[in-house]
Ligand binder design. Structure first.
Ligand code: NDP
Length: 246
């Protein structure tokens, strides 16, 4: 029997990350669920994963902390013997127009959304090189491609993730490790539920498909990029956005 693959998904306690974790379990992977503080939700994701007859592991880790990131990767590698699929999904928003955006809110969003992905990639890099196979998938955003008023910090971090993706793709291509980004549009999660109804309706009307996406829509793209059929795709940005960015 072929060895079961291991996926590490950051921000998998809720929203898009949970949908990705559950989908990868359905694909037959053991899944490590990284979360920031919401233990109950993370444990619920683990239960959902285990329904597919695979193993799960909950790890509390602030991805913006390089030491915690290192320890989390070590723990996952000790439990599962390595990582085959890394999904950098953890992210936060701290929206404001530039004029009123606090310096620390700019910094915090960069540290979590961009540095967090960099630390995870750095901490898994060596084992990916040794394995000579693997998949890295970074969850960026259409904001990183289009910009968005009120999201200078978030858009900068998400655009940065695209540069990170392409650089890592070039560094690891010869080792048979692919690195791609997914740029979701508006997706129904806690993050978008926090927006005022007026803003949400306005956003929906801008989407050619006239509806918000679901976590499962993003998870389907992750399953494709993590799968055997995507073996020759690297350094790409796949928009999953109902046509918003075209
Ligand atoms: P949610 O706010 O619903 O969930 C965020 C997740 O990230 C939670 O699991 C949270 O853990 C985790 N997290 C937050 N900060 C940290 C941290 N410092 N360390 C570790 N984990 C952390 O977000 P979504 O599901 O909506 O978004 C997921 C990703 O998709 C994000 O990167 C977001 O930017 C991106 N995205 C989302 C879009 C949308 O419309 N929803 C559109 C485009 C991109 P905990 O539960 O413990 O707090």
């Amino acid at each position: 029997m072929e060895k079961r693959r291991t996926a590490l998904v950051t921000g998998a306690s809720r929203g898009i990350g949970r949908a990705i974790a559950v989908r990868l379990a359905k694909e037959g992977c053991n899944v490590a669920v990284i979360y920031a503080g919401n233990k109950e939700a993370a444990e619920e994701t683990c239960r959902m994963i285990e329904q597919y007859g695979v193993e799960s592991l909950c790890v509390c880790c602030d991805v913006s902390n390089p030491e915690q990131s290192k320890r989390a990767v070590q723990k996952v590698c000790e439990s599962f013997g390595g990582i085959d699929i890394l999904v950098n999904n953890a992210g936060i928003v701290k929206d404001a127009l530039v004029l009123s955006m606090k310096e620390e809110d700019f910094q915090k969003v960069l540290e979590t959304n961009l540095n967090g992905a960099f630390y995870m990639i750095k901490n898994t890099y060596h084992q990916f090189m040794k394995k000579r196979q693997g998949r890295i998938i970074n969850i960026s955003s259409v904001s990183g491609l289009m910009g968005n008023a009120g999201q200078a910090n978030y858009a900068a971090a998400k655009a940065g993730m695209i540069g990170l993706t392409k650089s890592v793709a070039k560094e690891l291509a010869a080792r048979n490790v692919t690195c791609n980004a997914i740029a979701p549009g508006f997706i129904q999660t806690d993050m978008t539920a926090a927006l005022p109804a007026k803003v949400r309706e306005g956003a929906e009307s801008q989407i050619p498909m006239k509806r918000m996406g679901t976590g499962e829509d993003i998870a389907a793209a992750v399953a494709f990029l993590a799968g055997e059929e995507a073996r020759y795709i690297t350094g790409q940005v796949l928009c999953v956005d109902g046509g918003l960015n075209m």
